[in-house]
Design a protein around this ligand. Sequence first.
Ligand code: SAM
Length: 339
Amino acid sequence: MKDYLSLSVMGKEELAEFISLTGDDTELYNIADKIRRENYDDKVYIRGLIEVSSYCKNNCLYCGIRVGNKNAMRYRLTQDEILSCCKVGYDLGFRTFVMQGGEDNHFTDEFMCGVIYKIKSLYPDCAITLSLGERSYESYRELKNAGADRYLLRHETANDNHYSRLHPEGMNLTDRKKCLFNLKELGYQVGSGFMVGSPYQTWETLAQDLLFLKELKPQMIGIGPFISHKDTPFKNEKSGSLYLTLKLISILRIMFPKSLIPATTALSSISPVGREMGLKAGANVVMPNLSPEDVRAKYNLYDNKAYSGSEAAESLAILKSLVENAGYRVVVDRGDALC
Ligand code: SAM
């Protein structure tokens, strides 16, 4: 057996080499699964994803809701619509609501604090996760004081040069990292991560991603394949690989035994069995879609996004049996991280 446990102490070159090795990864998946079971048993935590806005002021080159995409269908949810999603979700058994959206100036601190406060008063046993991009320290503090528990902000890539090739001028890795450390300082449970197979990514940048995560020590780590979108500058770029994503999920589980790792929508979008394979490779979270049905197609980050069937929160029964068939169990729980 290879010494997989030494992954946690490897430097950049060794990690890059390990990631680049091709071959059968079954043994790696099995070690990751063993570690996941030692920490989280067979539990799979569910998060109700509410995609609050498809408006975004940013112009990230990979993203379908970038401001420059004139074909994007724009919408934003009202407070009442968000609360109805939570009601449906709560009744189904969700105890975490994730409000994610583009960077939309309409979602002021005042608006968001009102929504957070309302959700917390109606459902005090639920956790609130936000994923609204980069905001000021003061803004993150207001949202935390209103009751937000967690924040997801992928670093996207921990290499400055790579970051600047994925984002327009004006966006930089230093600001992104600053936001992440601010969130940690404010006491949020923080999630970060990156796309697998984004244009210009190399084995070295992936190794840098892992080393940055070691420095940040996030409670949650979300990775998924890059998938091209027809109305972005990366429309002709190849999408990320299922197997490399699975390999990285296993590496993450071994390096971060107590973290929460989702089997992401992007993973199920590139393969019908992507999510189950993600769970078997070490993931322990799934995030079904709780957004109103008529907006799901409009939150179109990449082509062929999965948002119906077992991806949809209201089809939880299908999801539960898929998870059980994979050897795990969906639980009704806030699902806080052990770290
Ligand atoms: N605005 C927030 C932010 O920047 O964190 C949240 C929304 S953003 C659309 C959520 C995530 O979608 C990004 O962190 C990115 O990794 C992912 N994403 C965007 N475009 C993608 C694509 N083409 N393929 C795969 N993932 C993508």
